[in-house]
Design a binder for this molecule. Structure first.
Ligand code: F6R
Length: 370
């Protein structure tokens, strides 16, 4: 079943490109409109939506955080992302014009299920982004957008994450179409850029695996690793940190890079490994410069720096001890590639430490208790 791979995690990371590709399949109808065929919420109800609340846990919540940047930019409505277990117990403000988006790979996460029930009781519509066909969460939702990542066996979520981001982006583009917040050709261009992502992920798998492996070998004994990112790189940093702590049991923290000077920099000492997600240099130039200045700050304190950066990024080349290269792509789509070396990195670290990467201690694939 592992199809020749050493572990399910190995196999599933290598299915990242296919997961994105399959999740994009058939989303355009004959008229060139985005068509959410599994979604049964009336178009006029979608038009009326004035707020989105994403509810999810763990990796699925990070996918929601990534999507937030894109959806707010494209659709111009506020998007909140909340851990389902926190959302449920704080008397959240929900109206019939709020769209609640429940993201879940398994579709059985009890925290997320309870939160979605609460949202529906309050009169909000719930759309599920789910990988497991016919699970409780899609069954109890008003609409479903399935991710077509295929069954995910390894406890640590990998291909489902990239598929969740993809599905949430398709939803965002659909809303932009319905609400008229983007021109048709802009929607088309963005969709085309999304369709180009599987090949870019494949490029990472084909060319960066050795570098990642060497980095893991160098860092297997690290007591802790910090992950920093900004904008869409922030949830990617959180996800990279979660993967590593979850399967390699290394103490990790993910931070917003802008927070460094507000506290976390105190943790940085000689040799401390710090992973930076460096945004592309063009377009959002300011972001690039700010992240690079963060790198300089920690470098000056002797940190060991790994950068995930765009091919040709001279600052990354200059300051980082190791660079995981990403092919050029739009900033908003970069999480789809940036997370891949971090998934490989966590897996390699866990293997080097002799752990079962598919079945980390204390964890279950789906958490069916609150
Ligand atoms: C991390 C991981 C968990 C899940 C979380 C939600 O690798 O697997 O954080 O993402 O438990 O699970 P689902 O998506 O099934 O609701």
């Amino acid at each position: 079943e592992k199809g020749g791979w050493e572990s399910f995690m190995d196999k599933e990371i290598h299915e990242d490109p296919a997961a994105v590709q399959r999740t994009l399949l058939g989303r355009l109808d004959a008229h060139g409109d985005i068509n959410l065929d599994e979604v049964r919420i009336e178009e006029h109800d979608f038009k009326a939506i004035d707020k989105i609340i994403v509810i999810a846990c763990g990796t699925a919540a990070y996918a929601g955080q990534v999507a937030r940047y894109a959806i707010e930019h494209w659709v111009r409505i506020p998007v909140e992302v909340e851990l389902a277990h926190e959302f449920r117990y704080r008397d959240p403000i929900l109206t019939p014009r709020t769209l609640v988006v429940a993201i879940s790979q398994s579709g059985e996460t009890m925290d997320t299920l309870m939160a979605l029930r609460h949202a529906r009781e309050q009169g909000s519509k719930v759309l599920a982004i789910c990988n497991a066909q016919g699970a409780s969460i899609p069954r109890e939702s008003d609409a479903v957008l399935y991710t077509h990542a295929g069954p995910e066996v390894a406890v640590a979520s990998t291909k489902a994450f990239v598929a969740q981001i993809t599905a949430a982006y398709v939803l965002g583009l659909y809303l932009a179409q319905v609400k008229g917040t983007m021109y048709r050709d802009e929607i088309q261009t963005t969709l085309d850029a999304l369709k180009a992502m599987p090949a870019k992920i494949q490029w990472i798998l084909d060319t960066q695996t050795k570098t990642v492996h060497a980095a893991a070998a160098q860092m297997a004994d690290a007591r802790s690793v910090l992950f920093l990112g900004r904008h869409v790189g922030y949830p990617v940093a959180m996800e990279g940190a979660l993967k590593l702590k979850e399967i390699a049991y290394t103490f990790t923290e993910g931070f917003a890079a802008g927070e460094l000077k507000h506290g976390p920099i105190a943790l940085v000492d000689e040799g401390e490994p710090v992973v930076f997600i460096v945004p592309p240099e063009r377009g959002r130039d300011v972001l690039h410069a700010k992240v690079v200045s963060g790198i300089e700050e920690v470098k000056a304190r002797g940190a060991f720096i790994i950068a995930v950066a765009e091919e040709g990024d001279r600052d990354a080349q200059r300051y980082a001890d190791i660079v995981f290269w990403r092919p050029k792509c739009p900033t908003l789509l970069s999480p789809l590639v940036d997370v891949v070396p971090l998934q490989l990195f966590a897996m390699d670290m866990a293997k080097l430490k002799g752990y079962d990467v598919d079945k980390p201690r204390n964890l279950a694939k789906s958490v069916t208790v609150e």
